[in-house]
Structure formats: structure tokens, C-alpha cells
Ligand binder design. Structure first.
Ligand SMILES: Nc1nc2c(c(=O)[nH]1)N[C@H]1C(S)=C(S)[C@@H](COP(=O)(O)OP(=O)(O)OC[C@H]3O[C@@H](n4cnc5c(=O)[nH]c(N)nc54)[C@H](O)[C@@H]3O)O[C@H]1N2
Ligand SMILES: Nc1nc2c(c(=O)[nH]1)N[C@H]1C(S)=C(S)[C@@H](COP(=O)(O)OP(=O)(O)OC[C@H]3O[C@@H](n4cnc5c(=O)[nH]c(N)nc54)[C@H](O)[C@@H]3O)O[C@H]1N2
Ligand SMILES: [Mo]
Length: 767
């Protein structure tokens, strides 16, 4: 039977463990992708959607932000996990008013996020009125009135929070920030605050722009590609094809990770016949680093590079580049020469040979790319770590030339575009000035709250209305108990969503669910004209995305429609922004974007080009660095790393192969050999033994933080796994209750989801 949602919830006693897989993708991946798609959408809808993913006239995959190849796109430019993301959205299962009549809030609160998400697409705007225990249907106009009334009663617009997740297309993002700023606040926290904020902060300081400097074509020109703190086999599977191609051109790939992630270590390209049968090892070298040890590694490598320069002067340091384009080199050199290698070895858990080998590769490579994701950003010293990686590239002149540069691999499919369009709590003055002059409004200038500050404001009663443009704020944020308590104090919580999630059942006094179209859905204007949206990928390429599927309910509205209609209700008919026109014709939004957003001149024309267009990136395009010094800056940082306290573990919280952030597709982390469940903790076998436990034991994880509050999650199965001593791993979002709200990265305020100090206790069954 197709389309039957699971009626039972997860039974964690069924969890099974097998040895981890050595190779990613291949035939199994294709089969699983198709099975999942057919199960959710049926055969016809599957054929109609999967052939359109990432094609020129199709839609942008809602999976990750990895770019499409610029030359030829294969008939199936998607991966197993992209197909799952599409199936999840294009499902024919529905959550309708009758569903809400059947299930009370109390009932839904007991369900897992997996169960909630698997029930299907939301079909109707719903309201939960004060004191009621069921959501009931509400008309769109009435919903807008209710939101506008609540927003108008606030003492200040700064008492409202407007969150964004990274699925939102450029047109929506642009209008949404315009609505929020017209209303009067910069409170625009987004998922990026929990994701690549550390990258943006570091790169802005080092090279003057918070985005990556490489294009997809650079991969084929690179001699060395470093992949640190990232699990592309699961989270960016199409990146493996790019890495494979790079290897065919002679590139060497170095993986830096506490875990031997499948895919990096073995890959079968499902898109070529040869790849289906024989795999290759992507990584030529694997540095199994201790959690949080990357900063020490990069400093240690810098020291070795300077020593190599001494042995063969003029061959390692790119003097011409350093002299012409950088500032702070002398101080950097002095500090790196003083690095203590013994400390580096202790911090990283690596050997001297590991370091020598890697330094040798970096010293001789003519073009090096550094890629990274959450393993580096979600660390207390994440910003400094990324600055050190950038330093290594700068000293060798590896920015702004073919085959070299920085490559923060973004998460959500349009998270980078949302920022470009103004979703940021601290957009620069130049942007606000342009926005104000385009529309005749006065944007507020006081910076708003980011995600962590938004939670603090909720908790302290300084914020009373929460509006979520997508995402799942309750489950994605740290310190779940604190966030939940904060949201429950709200007067109103509003979620613009495609699917049911926990943020709908942890609610304010009044709560609204506004169901919206997804990437795959046909978007018609009120006049019946097909609309397209645009998105920006991880490498600053902007292109159109067109949904074609008939929406599962006529009640669904596009995000653009929802923003425009709410704006009209809230800001009144005299408001200078042409909201009605914008809602009718997205080209008119793009016209405004072209006048406000830097690099977007002629947006409508350019975005319709063959591959869309690439946004400017001064370091990449012209070795121009728009920092305060007018040069690329060598950052000088005191070394930080993570010693493991006696009897404790450092826990990283990460993604399984069967989830998209808080959306759980299924219960198998196939590559890591975990099946039928998610409450597992991966620990080094020697640590398990030393703590007096056995594999398979059930334990509680208790996080230890300076505030003395007990944060505990219960009933996790111990799995012996290849990870450095003292380091553990478990899935997000089940472990978010362990991440203290105040445990944040310096300078970026990103929750430290990859380094939580925990202890283990035997799990005691309670009835
Ligand atoms: N299928 C699928 N695709 C996704 C997502 C998804 O949930 N599912 N999420 C999307 C989003 S929003 C994002 S941000 C990206 C996330 O993509 P990733 O960053 O790959 O996601 P994580 O699962 O958090 O994996 C973190 C990786 O870093 C390693 N790591 C952890 N700590 C350290 C450290 O201290 N040093 C080093 N060197 N490595 C470390 C972990 O072992 C793991 O391999 O993926 C995007 N794509
Ligand atoms: N412990 C821990 N916490 C983490 C992380 C971690 O590694 N560890 N990673 C962090 C990272 S990198 C990120 S990016 C955040 C993610 O945080 P979020 O972006 O808030 O979370 P998602 O799970 O991606 O959001 C899923 C929900 O989005 C809605 N949705 C899906 N598509 C659409 C759409 O097209 N439009 C609208 N309006 N809604 C849609 C659906 O209702 C779905 O339930 O989590 C962060 N939290
Ligand atoms: Mo992310």
C-alpha cells in the first residue's frame, strides 16, 4: 500500500547494529531513493518530479545547497538524499482539519518528530485558540487579522521575532525582511545563526566577504582538496561526484574527521555505469582528529610550512601575494613559529607523521581548496578555527586563482540566498539605505536578535510573538527545555510550514499554522499565471526554480502570497510598498531586488540565463579584499582545544543518513550500521570498557555545564564505534536538550552542537 503514514511511533527496543558500510551510494542508494519516492508519491508523480530536480527548467532540489555542474547536467542530477527530500515534500499523504479534530495537542505532544513529519502535507490554515486543546480551521483573512492585531498590541515591534529557515526562496526572503523592517524591527534570527555563522564571521574578517570563493569548476583544477568537519556522503552526496571528478584530474583529497565517514572513504557514483559496479576511495588520506582539534592542526601545519620554507626559501610562502594583498603576516609568522607541536599532537590525537605528510602535500600543491561544514562551525572556537584554515591558504596565495580557495559547504538549499536578500539581524547600512530609498520606508537601525538571543528574549519575556517562516525552531535550537518554556510564554506563535513538526505543538497562548507551497509545487498568481522563484547555491550561483506539481490542497498559498497578504493587513492600504503587485507578478519583486541587492542588477534577465548567473565575489574575481585594512587579514589567535575531563566524554550531535535536520525520513543510518532506531550513542570501545559498561547497554547522557543545571536525555544504547578516545557522537535533535543555551561560539554566537561535555549513567527503567 502506498501513502499510508506510520500509525505507530518509534520502538527503540528494535534498534539493530551492523558494521559500518565501506562505500556510499551505488545501486542500493538508487533503489532506496526510488522506493521511498514511490511510497510517498506514487509512480507518476515520482517520474514527474525526479526527472526535474536541478534541471534547467525544473526546480532546485530542496535538499542541500551544493551547486549543479556548469557543463552538462546528467538526466538524473540528484542523489538518494535529494530524492528523499523531494519525496518528503511531494508526498500525497495529507494532514487535514479532520486529522486535527482526531488528535489533541496532548496527543500530538507525545509523538516523535518522525511520526509528526510522516503524517503528510498540511492542507489548511489552522488555529489553536486560548485554552483549546485542538487546532481548528481558520480562514486565511481571519488568520492575517489575528496576527496583525497581536503585532499591533505589542509595546514595541522588537517584542516580535521573525525566524527564517533556509528553504525560503530569494523573492520570499526579500519581501519577508521588507515586511519585518517596514513593521519596525531587525529581529530576523535564522537557521544560519546555528549553521555557517562562524564561517561568515571568520571569512568577513579575513577576506572581507562571508561567502566561499570557489566555483564548481575549481574542483577540477585543484591539486589538493581538504574536507574537514563534513560528512558529504550523507549531507552533500553530489559533492562526491565533484570530488571524484577532481580525482580524475589528479587531485588529492584529505579528510579530517573524528569519524571514518562512509562516502569520503569509499564512493560508487550512482550516475555512471562504472560507478555502480566499482567504487573508489575518495579520500587519499584520513586524519582521525579529536573533536575540536582542528585549530591546533591548522596551527601545527602552519609551523611546518614555515619550516619547509626555511629549507627551500621562496617555495612555500607566496611572498608576492602576501606582500601585495595581505596584512598581519609578520605577527602570524612569529606566532606560528612558536607553536608547540607536542600540544598540537595532544589536541588532535594525530601523529607527527600525520602532520608531516599533510604539511608536505600543502607545501607542494599549486592549488588547494579547503571545504568544511558543521564540524568546524559548531565549536566554541569555530570562528578562530576557520580563520586558521584561511591563514594557511593566504600564506600560500591560494585565494583568487583557479583551483584554490575557501569552500564553506552550505546546508539548506537557499540559506546563502536568504542572507543575500537581507535575512540577517544586522544587515549593513548600505543595504538598509538602498532598501529605504527603493520603497520610501525607514528601516530600523538597531540590530536585532539572532537565534540564541531570540531564545533569551523569549525566556525573559522580552519577546511575545514568534513568527516562523519555515523550519522547526523548537527542535533545531539548543537547550530544548529553555526554548520550549520561552515559546509557551508567547502571546502568539505562527508557523508557515509544509509539514507538521514539534514547533506546532509547543505553542503560545494562540497558535497558527499557515500551510504553504514547497519547491516542487506549481505556484499560480491570483490571475492564474505561473510564477517562478530563484535561489542561490553554495557557490553564489543564482538561478530559477519552477515547481510543477499540483498542490495537495487548493488552500495552500505561496510564501510570497502569505507575506504580501499579511503585509497588506498589518501595514494598511497606504503603505508605500506595492504588495498587491508583488503578489501578482514575481518579476516585479525581482525588479526591486535588482535595485537594492548588490550584484543583482538586471536580475530578471540574468537569472534567466542558461545557468543563471554568479554573484560577484571580490577576492575570487579580482583578489580584492574589502576589509578594514583593504587587504586579506592574517588572524592571530591563541590556541584553543578540548581536553576531555576525567571520566567524561565530549559529545558531538550530528545527522543520520535518514534525516533532513529535524525532519526524520526513516530510522536507518545505513552507512554507520544503525538500523530501526535513533537513540544510540557512538563511543570508542575502550571508553565503554573503562567506564564499566558493555556494548548495547542503555545509558542516560547528562551534560555538564557551568550553571549546574542537570540536562539529561535517557535510554540511549551504547554502540562501540571508531571515534577517538574521549569523543562520542549521537543524533540531533534528540540530544538538543543537552546543549546549553549559553554554550556558544565566540564571535558568532552559534550553539556549540559539536562539543558538549557529558557523563554516562546506567539507564534506570521507570514505569
Ligand atoms: N540528507 C541531508 N542533507 C543535509 C542535511 C541533512 O540533515 N540531511 N542538513 C543540511 C544542513 S542545514 C547542513 S548545515 C549540512 C550539514 O552537513 P555536515 O556538517 O556534514 O553535517 P553533520 O551531520 O552535522 O556532520 C558533521 C561532520 O563533522 C564531523 N565533526 C564533528 N566535529 C568535528 C570536529 O571537531 N572536527 C572535525 N574535523 N570534524 C568534526 C562529524 O564527524 C561529521 O562528519 O547538510 C545539509 N544537507
Ligand atoms: N544539536 C544540533 N542542533 C542543530 C544542528 C546540529 O548539527 N546539532 N544543526 C543546526 C543547523 S546547521 C540548522 S540549518 C538548523 C535547522 O533548523 P531549521 O531550518 O529550523 O529546521 P528544519 O528541520 O530544516 O525545518 C524543517 C521544517 O521546515 C518546514 N518546511 C520545509 N520546507 C518548507 C518550505 O518550503 N517552506 C516553509 N515555509 N516551510 C518548509 C517543514 O514544516 C519542516 O517541518 O538546525 C540546527 N540545530
Ligand atoms: Mo544548516
Amino acid at each position: 500500500m502506498h501513502r499510508r503514514a506510520p500509525s505507530h511511533d518509534i520502538d527503540e527496543s528494535k534498534v539493530a547494529v551492523t558494521p559500518p558500510k565501506h562505500q556510499a551510494a551505488g545501486v542500493t542508494a538508487v533503489t532506496i531513493a526510488l522506493e521511498r519516492a514511490v511510497e510517498e508519491m506514487g509512480v507518476l508523480r515520482t517520474a514527474r518530479t525526479l526527472t526535474r530536480v536541478n534541471q534547467r527548467h525544473g526546480f532546485d532540489c530542496p535538499g542541500c545547497a551544493w551547486p549543479e555542474p556548469s557543463d552538462h547536467r546528467r538526466p538524473a542530477e540528484f542523489c538518494e538524499n535529494g530524492a528523499k527530500a523531494v519525496a518528503e515534500e511531494a508526498t500525497l499523504r495529507t494532514v487535514d482539519p479532520e486529522f486535527f479534530a482526531r488528535h489533541s495537542i496532548a496527543d500530538l505532544s507525545d509523538k516523535s518528530g518522525y511520526w509528526l513529519g510522516q503524517q503528510g502535507r498540511l492542507t489548511h490554515p489552522m488555529v489553536l485558540r486560548p485554552g483549546e486543546d485542538h487546532y481548528s480551521p481558520i480562514a486565511w483573512d481571519e488568520a492575517y487579522r489575528l496576527i496583525a492585531e497581536e503585532l499591533r498590541t505589542l509595546d514595541s515591534p522588537d517584542e516580535a521575532l521573525f525566524y527564517t529557515s533556509g528553504r525560503t526562496a530569494n523573492e520570499t526572503a526579500f519581501l519577508y525582511q521588507l515586511l519585518v523592517r517596514s513593521y519596525g524591527t531587525n529581529n530576523l534570527p535564522d537557521c544560519s545563526n546555528m549553521c555557517h555563522e562562524s564561517s561568515g564571521t571568520a571569512l568577513s574578517a579575513s577576506i572581507g566577504i562571508g561567502k566561499g570563493s570557489v566555483t564548481i569548476d575549481d574542483f577540477s583544477a585543484a591539486e589538493v582538496i581538504v574536507v574537514a568537519g563534513q560528512n558529504p556522503g550523507t549531507n552533500h552526496p553530489r559533492m562526491l561526484s565533484a570530488l571524484q571528478k577532481a580525482k580524475e584530474h589528479g587531485a588529492r583529497v584529505i579528510a579530517i574527521n573524528p569519524l571514518p565517514e562512509t562516502g569520503l572513504l569509499g564512493f560508487r557514483d550512482p550516475q555512471t555505469l562504472r560507478g555502480l559496479t566499482t567504487g573508489i576511495d575518495i579520500a587519499d588520506d584520513f586524519l582521525q582528529i579529536r573533536l575540536g582539534g582542528d585549530m591546533a592542526l591548522f596551527q601545527g601545519l602552519a609551523k611546518l610550512l614555515f619550516e619547509a620554507e626555511d629549507r627551500a626559501p621562496g617555495t612555500v610562502v607566496d611572498r608576492a601575494f602576501v606582500d601585495a594583498h595581505t596584512a598581519g603576516f609578520a605577527e602570524y609568522e612569529k606566532q606560528m613559529r612558536a607553536v608547540d607541536l607536542a600540544t598540537v599532537l595532544e589536541a588532535t590525537g594525530l601523529t607527527g607523521e600525520d602532520l608531516d605528510r599533510t604539511a608536505e602535500l600543502l607545501a607542494t600543491s599549486k592549488s588547494t581548496i579547503f571545504c568544511w561544514a558543521m564540524g568546524l562551525t559548531q565549536q566554541r572556537h569555530g570562528v578562530a578555527t576557520i580563520e586558521e584554515a584561511t591563514n594557511l591558504l593566504l600564506m600560500r596565495g591560494m585565494i583568487g586563482k583557479p583551483g584554490a580557495g575557501v569552500c564553506p559547504v552550505r546546508g539548506h538549499s537557499n540559506v546563502q540566498g536568504d542572507r543575500t536578500m537581507g535575512i540577517w539581524e544586522k544587515m549593513p547600512e548600505t543595504f538598509l539605505t538602498a532598501l529605504d530609498s527603493e520603497f520610501g520606508i525607514t528601516s530600523p537601525r538597531t540590530h536585532g536578535y539572532d537565534t540564541v538571543d531570540a531564545i533569551r528574549a523569549l525566556h525573559e519575556g522580552r519577546a511575545k510573538v514568534f513568527f516562523g517562516m519555515g523550519g522547526n525552531f523548537v527542535s533545531a535550537t539548543p537547550d530544548t527545555a529553555v526554548t520550549e518554556a520561552g515559546l509557551r510564554q508567547c502571546a502568539l506563535t505562527v508557523q508557515v510550514s509544509t509539514k507538521l513538526n514539534r514547533s506546532h505543538v509547543v505553542h503560545g497562548r494562540t497558535a497558527l499554522i499557515l500551510p504553504t507551497l514547497g519547491r516542487t509545487d506549481l505556484d499560480l498568481s491570483p490571475g492564474g499565471v505561473k510564477q517562478q522563484v530563484s535561489v542561490e547555491d553554495s557557490m553564489s550561483m543564482v538561478h530559477l526554480s519552477t515547481g510543477r506539481l499540483t498542490p495537495v490542497s487548493p488552500e495552500l498559498r505561496s510564501e510570497v502570497a502569505i507575506v504580501c497578504e499579511l503585509a497588506q493587513e498589518l501595514l494598511g492600504p497606504e503603505h508605500p510598498v506595492p504588495w498587491a503587485k508583488f503578489r501578482e507578478d514575481y518579476d516585479t519583486i525581482r525588479d526591486s531586488i535588482s535595485r537594492v541587492v548588490p550584484g543583482c542588477t538586471d536580475y530578471n534577465a540574468k537569472v534567466r540565463g542558461r545557468n543563471g548567473f554568479q554573484l560577484p565575489h571580490p577576492p575570487r574575481d579580482a583578489r580584492e579584499f574589502r576589509t578594514a585594512t583593504g587587504k586579506a587579514n592574517f588572524a592571530v589567535n591563541e590556541l584553543q582545544w578540548l581536553p576531555v575531563p576525567e571520566g567524561r566524554l565530549i559529545l558531538q550531535t550530528l545527522r543520520s543518513h535518514d534525516q533532513y535536520n529535524t525532519t526524520i525520513y526513516g530510522l536507518d543510518d545505513r552507512y554507520r550500521g544503525i538500523h530501526n532506531g535513533r537513540r544510540v550513542v557512538l563511543v570508542n570501545a575502550e571508553d565503554i570498557a573503562e567506564f564499566g559498561f558493555a556494548e548495547g547497554d542503555l545509558v542516560d547522557l547528562i551534560s555538564e555545564w557551568t550553571d549546574g543545571v542537570e540536562r539529561r536525555v535517557t535510554g540511549f544504547r551504547l554502540v562501540a564505534y571508531s571515534t577517538p578516545r574521549g569523543n562520542a557522537a549521537a543524533y540531533y535533535p534528540e540530544t538538543n536538550p543537552l546543549v546549553p543555551l549559553n554554550h556558544v561560539a565566540e564571535r558568532s554566537n552559534t550553539p556549540v552542537s559539536k562539543a558538549v561535555t557529558i557523563r554516562l549513567e546506567p539507564h534506570v527503567h521507570t514505569a
